[in-house]
Design a protein around this ligand. Structure first.
Ligand code: CP3
Length: 363
């Protein structure tokens, strides 16, 4: 026996954490992006009580309550912190509003290098204390065997909102900056990397079990630009995270770059444990391109929830059959739940994932 062998870290018990690390599971774990939200009547009720979306994010008791709603209603395998990616730019000093029916709005978008002087580096314990209080409140109420996923936006995705002033279709302002003033854009991304490292490390310190980086707009970039302006900053974040808990267990990192199925080999260089896929890349193809070293998360089209229960079941079966018995899969949709879906479709999806994945594994 090798007496120098390091003591191996404890193996996680939850399906989600086991699958994140590529370990054997008896059934495929499932959670859903935007699992808490407007499609749930109980969410709309609590949101009304809070007044508006941002006030809900800033009320730890109510934010914890809506985090738990879908986990309790559907028995999902993980909870995701209820918050928003845009609280980070707000904490850096930008003025954020969510306009009814229009989405997020920043009143003074960043346009040039000197605008970066308006940004400060937030101390998460101060400017984002309400998020950390929400994490503690969730942890007190969430059953110990259900992991809590923390998150942040990617620097590129956050920068699109900060430069465009809100949601965008063509990304004209930020792409103009990218080609004409890369020093400005890189300066902004650099500040976001630092802010996000501090923020995610604070989330980990306050009790999240895994973190996801949402790179919703990575897919608007060409391959070279994706590498430089989206992937590189995310890789610097991943390198800066405290991924080891005091007991030696690992905090898995999920990178979800939407629309980036063509860039999987680049994403694999980020240092992440799990790669999130939208619905345009077949799961088995992603596995053969990446090998077994990465867990995969996804990836049915969220619009599947508009289909009949029979069709939902057959699509789940098709996806799981194509992937087969391999380890390292977390079921999710390829993007967030839409506000107008029927919540009664969700149990159909959850049961189908459990039944089909058990059946395939038992063969
Ligand atoms: O997944 C979850 O259940 C956790 C909560 C969560 C929200 N936003 C709540 C939310 C998470 C992880 C996010 C991330 C987020 N926020 C992203 C990345 C993921 C993605 O969806 O692409 C982005 C781009 C944002 C920015 C954002 N927030 C936009 C563009 C909007 C408006 C669009 C919309 O759907 O209305 C939001 C608002 C928002 N964030 C809502 C929720 C539940 C709807 C707010 C409401 O109740 O009116």
């Amino acid at each position: 026996m090798n007496s120098h062998r390091a003591v191996s870290p404890p193996e996680p018990q939850s399906l989600f954490l086991r699958a994140s690390l590529g370990l054997e599971v008896e059934q495929t774990p499932i959670w859903l992006m935007r699992q808490a939200g407007r499609y749930l009547p109980e969410y709309r009720e609590v949101r009304k009580k809070a007044g508006d979306f941002l006030s809900l994010c800033k009320n730890p008791d109510l934010a914890a309550q809506v985090t738990l709603q879908p986990v309790e209603r559907f028995g999902l395998d993980a909870a995701i912190l209820f918050s928003d990616i845009l609280v980070v730019p707000e904490a850096m000093g930008m003025v954020l509003q969510f306009l009814e029916g229009e989405g997020p709005h920043f009143s003074k978008p960043l346009t040039r290098l000197s605008d970066l002087d308006r940004l400060n580096l937030p101390d998460p314990e101060v400017q984002l204390d309400y998020v950390l209080a929400t994490i503690r409140a969730i942890r007190r109420q969430l059953p110990a065997h259900i992991p809590l996923i923390g998150f942040s936006g990617s620097p590129w995705t956050l920068a699109t909102y900060m430069v465009e002033g809100g949601s965008s279709k063509k990304f004209t302002q930020i792409k103009t900056a990218l080609y004409n003033d890369p020093v400005f854009l890189e300066g902004l991304l650099e500040r976001l990397v630092t802010a996000v490292v501090h923020y995610l490390n604070a989330q980990i310190a306050h009790g999240v079990d895994a973190v996801q980086i949402f790179d919703t707009w990575g897919g608007v970039l060409g391959p070279e630009e994706y590498r430089r302006f989206s992937l590189e900053p995310m890789a610097r974040i991943v390198a800066g995270l405290n991924r080891q808990r005091p007991d030696g267990s690992r905090v898995p990192v999920i990178v979800f770059s939407k629309g980036c199925g063509g860039y999987l080999e680049t994403i694999a260089t980020s240092g992440c444990d799990v790669i999130g896929l939208d619905w345009t890349t077949p799961l088995a193809q992603a596995r053969s391109r990446l090998g077994p070293g990465f867990a995969l998360q996804g990836n049915l089209d969220p619009a599947i929830l508009y289909a009949s229960p029979q069709r939902i079941r057959s699509e789940v079966r098709r996806l799981l059959e194509a992937f087969g018995k391999q380890n390292g899969h977390i079921f999710n949709l390829g993007h967030g739940m839409e506000p107008n879906i029927d919540p009664n479709k969700v149990p159909v999806l959850v049961e189908a994932v459990r039944e089909e994945s058990r059946r395939i594994r038992a063969r």
